[in-house]
Design a protein around this ligand. Structure first.
Ligand SMILES: [Cu+2]
Length: 467
């Protein structure tokens, strides 16, 4: 017991290597092996070595947690801890997560599995885990104070329940929830069906990711935890474009995407080039008669959606949140609209007061991607991403569905950019452009103002203080 406490205390300061050396193998065996992920790469699907077999998911820029079987129970070990998450190349955020990354690992089980989850708390404050959407005994639901005492720093709690229904779930703390979610504590959970279910089809590829959001000031690394709506980083699995891996599939593959929303707002998820159906919600598989084809589905806060489609159109297809502010990175806020504004002379005057002043966005903001403006260390440009035809001018919740003839089965290896057959790319028209006749009558002259409005603005000068 004493050894155990010492182990946990050491573990609490992140000295796991020291702890492993100072604890006997017998003491260690009480807990399932602690597996940690060092980086944000998309791990290959984790095929079951023990327990019932299933078709594993691919977690975008994530991984699935290995388990051990002990007396018929599937045992996992989650460790809540501070992590450094690379959100895009060169941009590291100081988050809280599980087992080395944020989000934590995906947990995959089979309907009917008895699951035991050890949760070790290495955070500086107490925590708990809520298994979002599951049917389970009330005392396992993870709401601190309501269902269980909080897990103090250094302590390990055990959750145990049977995964009763198949579907897509999430896990996250229900203790100091606002702070811990703003810091990145969350993960996906997939319960695979035990046997063939009429409503749950077979798919060739099964992807999984969470929608999350952060407010990290450019140049800093730790999220602001009081932000409610004005987040500046809209991410999938704590990654922002161009850091989000593409979905690489073979033409004709039946593809499933499982998406959970743990941000503070809804996200209309939109996929170009093919139509999908929502085959599952947070409550389970949808009845077949309730499905219809669509290209965008809105995912509200706390919801999970499973969408499915046959990827039959070759190409590189955008897949993104359709709120355009969510496909931009930091610096995307509080910039006035300058389109159409005449800056002549203004810049010189402002520069007398602020020598570094520059005009942004008088022709739109696309110039920003070309300018390669100097930005603070440890952040990422607002609109970026080099595509085969230039800048993609995106950020945040944006990725690409790559459909290829020769993508190897089950592989998410990046096939590179699509090679368009000759004559299938939009091109510049080089002929003459006649002025449309209608243009003469349209616009302001089509609806002339009958009365002119004169406005007088009174300016009151500030009183001068007399000293
Ligand atoms: Cu969005």
């Amino acid at each position: 017991m004493r050894e155990r406490r010492r182990f946990l205390n050491l573990a609490g300061i992140g000295a796991s290597a020291v702890a492993a050396a100072s604890v006997s193998p017998v003491a260690m065996a009480a807990l399932p092996e602690l597996v940690s992920q060092p980086d944000a790469t998309t791990a290959p699907p984790l095929f079951a070595q023990t327990g019932r077999p299933y078709d594993p998911v691919t977690t975008i820029n994530g991984w699935s947690l290995p388990w051990r079987m002990r007396q018929g129970v599937k045992e996992f070990h989650l460790v809540a801890e501070p992590v450094v998450r690379e959100m895009a190349t060169g941009f590291n955020a100081h988050l809280w997560g599980y087992n080395g990354q944020s989000p934590g690992p995906t947990i995959e089980v089979v309907e009917g599995d008895r699951v035991r989850l050890y949760v070790t708390n290495r955070l500086p404050e107490h925590t708990s885990v809520h298994w979002h959407g599951q049917r389970l005994p009330n005392g396992m639901d993870g709401v601190t104070g309501l269902n269980q005492p909080a897990i103090a720093p250094g302590k390990t709690f055990v959750y145990e329940f049977v995964a009763r229904r198949p579907g897509t779930f999430m896990y996250h703390p229900h203790a100091d929830e606002m702070v811990q979610m703003a810091m990145g504590m969350m993960g996906s959970w997939v319960t695979h069906p035990k046997q063939h279910d009429q409503r749950i089809g077979q798919v060739d590829r099964d992807f999984c990711f969470l929608l999350n959001a952060y407010d990290v000031e450019p140049g800093s690394a730790t999220p602001k935890i009081m932000t409610m709506l004005d987040f500046n980083l809209w991410s999938w699995n704590s990654r922002i474009f161009p850091g989000i891996d593409s979905f690489n599939v073979k033409q004709g593959d039946r593809v499933r995407m499982r998406v959970g929303n743990l941000t503070m707002t809804n996200h209309p998820i939109h996929i170009h080039g093919q139509e999908f159906e929502v085959t599952g919600t947070d409550g389970g598989p949808t009845p077949k008669g309730s499905r219809w084809p669509e290209v965008t589905t809105d995912i509200a806060v706390g919801q999970m959606r499973q969408i499915e489609f046959v990827a039959d159109e070759l190409g590189d297809w955008a897949a993104h949140c359709h709120k355009s502010h969510h496909t931009m990175n930091a610096m995307g806020h509080d910039i006035p609209t300058m389109i159409g504004a005449d800056h002549a002379g203004l810049t010189a005057q402002i520069r007398e007061l602020t020598p570094e002043y520059m005009v942004m966005g008088e022709r739109g903001m696309a110039d920003m991607t070309e300018m390669a403006m100097a930005i603070p260390d440890n952040t990422t440009p607002m609109m970026t991403g080099d595509g085969p035809f230039g800048s993609v001018e995106m950020g945040g919740m944006f990725s690409v569905l790559k459909v290829r003839k020769d993508q190897p089965a089950h592989s998410n290896a990046d096939p590179g950019w699509y090679k368009h057959p000759p004559g299938t790319v939009a091109y510049e028209y080089k002929g003459e452009t006649p002025t449309p006749k209608r243009a003469q009558n349209a616009g302001a002259s089509a609806m002339p103002m009958t009365t002119s409005v004169k406005q007088t603005v009174h300016i009151q000068k500030p009183h001068q203080h007399k000293h």
